[in-house]
Design a protein around this ligand. Structure first.
Ligand SMILES: O=C(O)c1cc(=O)[nH]c(=O)n1[C@@H]1O[C@H](COP(=O)(O)O)[C@@H](O)[C@H]1O
Length: 238
């Protein structure tokens, strides 16, 4: 799942998703379904998107005891999604439980969904991390540490910001996924994100895939905005 531009479908319901996707015609997309949409529509939204041959990142950021995460992941794998995630702060046994659940739930003949772990949310600043999580090291060290335990647990990669992706590739290796939200064009409003970067910067830093939400979904012309991001990510100048 490298080199993808993943669109975050942070919409209230399926009706809004249908209106949004109607602008994309036949294009096959990599779509992220997060808590807002999944908690409203449930598994049927996944089935509807899969029917249109889109790839799906089911972003529920699990963080619970190992047994609960394992059982939840078994059910998530049975939906046939391509990518899921957990919080690395849940620890190695929890992440191993996630993988066991995914393996148990993957339909025969299908590929197990890739599993990645959130290191530090892209809305977190170094100051906030130190004061509110009492992690008294630079933010990069915390992200690198979470990436190391994620690798040790056997997961496919991490969610981080573009700013840490290069250091992760250097430390963990190039076959370890770095998926980066907090992507904005220079002219965009950063909103609640803190560690942001452009698609061009993400490409330069060796990011595997970028996640873009509101800059596309809330744009006056979503398809045009999608092309702007896609072209910058793919290195095409207009
Ligand atoms: O796991 C995620 O997808 C995620 C992790 C993270 O650290 N930061 C982050 O923004 N996200 C998600 O990425 C998307 C970013 O959306 P925008 O800020 O609108 O581009 C949202 O759906 C977030 O839930």
């Amino acid at each position: 799942m490298s080199n993808s531009l993943i669109i975050a479908l942070d919409f209230a319901n399926k009706k809004e998703v249908d209106i949004f996707l109607s602008q994309f015609e036949q294009e096959q997309l990599f779509l992220k379904v997060g808590m807002e949409l999944f908690y409203k529509e449930g598994p049927s939204i996944i089935a509807a998107l899969k029917e249109k041959n889109h790839q799906i990142f089911l972003d529920l950021k699990l963080h619970d005891i190992p047994n609960t995460v394992k059982s939840a992941m078994r059910n998530m794998a049975s939906l046939g999604v391509d990518l899921v995630n957990v919080h690395a702060a849940g620890g190695i046994p929890m992440m191993q439980g996630a993988l066991e659940g995914l393996e148990a739930g993957t339909l025969s003949g299908s590929k197990r969904p890739d599993c990645i772990a959130v290191t530090q949310l892209t809305s977190t600043s170094e100051e906030q991390m130190q004061q509110q999580q009492l992690i008294n090291v630079p933010l990069l060290d915390s992200v690198l540490h979470y990436a190391s335990i994620t690798k040790e647990a056997g997961l496919n990669g991490v969610v981080c910001s573009t700013l840490e992706a290069g250091a992760i590739r250097e430390k963990i290796g190039t076959d370890f996924l770095t998926v980066t939200p907090g992507i904005r064009l220079d002219s965009d409003n950063v909103q609640d994100q803190v560690r942001v970067a452009t698609p061009k910067k993400a490409k330069e830093n060796g990011v595997s895939s970028i996640v873009v939400g509101r800059s596309i979904t809330r744009s006056a012309n979503p398809y045009e905005s999608y092309l702007l991001f896609k072209n910058e990510w793919e290195g095409v100048t207009q």
